[in-house]
Design a protein around this ligand. Sequence first.
Ligand SMILES: [Zn+2]
Length: 423
Amino acid sequence: MDTKQITYDFKCLFKIRVIISLSLFVLMVAPAGAQEMDILIKNGHVFDPKNNIDSVMDIAVANGKIIQVAADIKTENAKKVIDATGLFVCPGLIDIHTHVFVGSKSDKFADGNNSLSPDDFTFRAGITTVVDAGTSGWRNFPLLKKQVIDESRTRILAFINIVSMGMTGDDAQENLAEMDAQKTAQIIREYSDYIVGVKIGHYKGESWIPFGNALKAGELTDKPLFVECHLPQYTLEDQLARMRPGDIITHSFENVSEREPVVDKDNKVLPVVLKASEKGVLFDVGHGGSGFWFNQAVPAFKQGFWPYSFGTDMHKFSVNRGMKDMLNLMSKFLSMGMPLKEVLLRGSWNPARAIKREDLGNLSVGAVADIAVLRVREGKFGFVDARDNRIEGDQRLEAELTIRAGKIAWDLNGISARKYEQN
Ligand SMILES: [Zn+2]
């Protein structure tokens, strides 16, 4: 090769490099507005704690993902423009305590029979992800996957019950031979995209083996333990002492005979509860039919003991009683005096962190477009606990629009629809 040829090659190479660099530069600085957008949500107050965004912004969605979050994105390349003026644009809500698995008729699903079909209650409450709280175990999780996960628009995740058949509601739940840490760990590994932790609960015996085995399965897979503590034989102190930082306890504000309350007779938060909270144990609400009492929640709240997440314990009974839905539960804390930002944080980003799914619960560019557009309604409202006690409030959260994986899944007032005009 002569010198001329080398010089020519070098020049050519240089040109190619300049072209590549220029193209990259154009790609980097070109507004995503130039890209085709499926949905553009304009003028909403974006609240995204993961990315420290708390201001009026626009959000562009394409191919199921968030492609841009910025002030004043141009509308010309948007297929659909939604005006969210006066509304809060948040990550889709995550309910970490639900029951959505019915099982097969041959199983005796005493508790599973109280399960709900997730899409029927999620989107209308701004929820895009639910976690089934141990309705299935390692033997029947594949059925849950087939029956519910694969058939729902809602993203379904699960805490796997340490009992092999999950919540059967009968003696099977007491059989220690059916509480195998290794087999539970194995199913978690096999379905690691869906199983986010291990559930212990509803055991009536004296042994600590179930609790220990559930913890072991969690340790083997680096997953949190989810404690649904209908465990009269275990003291609250003993449970909390065994739990690791990041483990989750639900029904935090229950006050029934089988569960020790978190505040004492003088309405003071118990030192063991504060100690566990400092250690990093996460307290979920788990309202359900009997898991939420104002005489626990209000004094605890006043003393600064706040829940980490708003798991609803959604099932057939709680849905038509004081609990109603996740936004109603969040509105209760709003009425108790929790600032709106703290309430919203506990509806999406906190639960995402609790289940170690930090890809969810945020509005990062590139994240799946699971979005809740919420309205804070002003008026006179009443909120009821699990024992028909009522408090009043002047604000209520309402889901105006819910987007799941870039598709509109709920639109209360048709803000994404065309205006009807008679010809
Ligand atoms: Zn439950």
